[in-house]
Design a protein around this ligand. Structure first.
Ligand SMILES: N[C@@H](CCC(=O)N[C@@H](CS)C(=O)NCC(=O)O)C(=O)O
Length: 211
């Protein structure tokens, strides 16, 4: 059965799910949700996702939201199909989970705030608060120093294998590098830069960008 993904081809949460589905070779259908007209706040959509954000997936009778929960679920469900994204041992799995948490708790909040300021505010006619951008850039730089140290020892975050932890970083790192003019945060760090080149050149991610 084809999995329905309610979302958009340009939003980062749905893109995280598409990247996972392409890696795992899971067939899906994009059900477009118009964020600009506020379709995601409509009573009908709120029945699927009560917080009014995308993505949401519908797989037969099963409905799931939160992009990181979705990618964890499908990586487990289709463990033996497509790319193995959870590692091969329990310790690998522990490290995948650790770096998934780091993405969600330490990395994403700073990049998200910068994207809202530098990309979303100009789109909707709000001023950019340079002080907020600078504060989050400084905090993100410290987080990336930890990544640099880690990636000087292993090719990918959880070890020498590509995993869900790396994949989870794709949509917002793409924003950093290609949309909001903060590529230097990645390029100034030799190992982070090589890691970004390795993960962003994967065919699955290239397909997401072409969606
Ligand atoms: N933690 C949620 C975040 C979802 C989220 O913020 N989605 C954005 C698009 S990437 C959205 O729907 N924004 C519309 C809004 O906040 O009104 C997830 O990862 O699924």
């Amino acid at each position: 059965m084809v999995v329905k993904v309610h979302g958009t081809n340009y939003a980062s949460g749905p893109r995280r799910v598409f990247a996972c589905f392409y890696e795992k070779e899971i067939e899906f259908e994009l059900v477009p949700v118009n964020l600009f007209s506020g379709e995601h706040k409509s009573p009908e959509f709120l029945k699927l996702q009560p917080f009014g954000v995308v993505p949401v997936v519908q797989d037969g009778d099963f409905t799931l939201y939160e992009s990181r929960a979705i990618i964890r679920y499908y990586s487990e469900k289709y463990r033996s199909q497509g790319t193995e994204l959870l590692g091969h041992s329990l310790e690998d799995r522990g490290l995948v989970e650790q770096w998934l948490e780091v993405e969600g708790q330490n990395y994403y909040p700073h990049v998200y705030t910068m994207v809202v300021q530098l990309e979303v505010h100009p789109l909707i006619g709000l001023p950019v608060d340079d002080k907020v951008v600078a504060e989050h850039e400084e905090k993100l730089a410290k987080v990336l120093d930890v990544y640099e140290e880690r990636l000087s020892k292993t090719k990918y975050l959880a070890g020498d294998f590509f995993s869900l932890a790396d994949l989870a970083h794709l949509p917002f790192t793409d924003k950093l590098v290609n949309s909001i003019g903060k590529e230097h945060l990645i390029r100034d760090r030799k190992h982070v830069s090589a890691w970004w080149d390795a993960i962003s050149s994967r065919p699955a991610w290239k397909k997401v960008l072409q969606l």
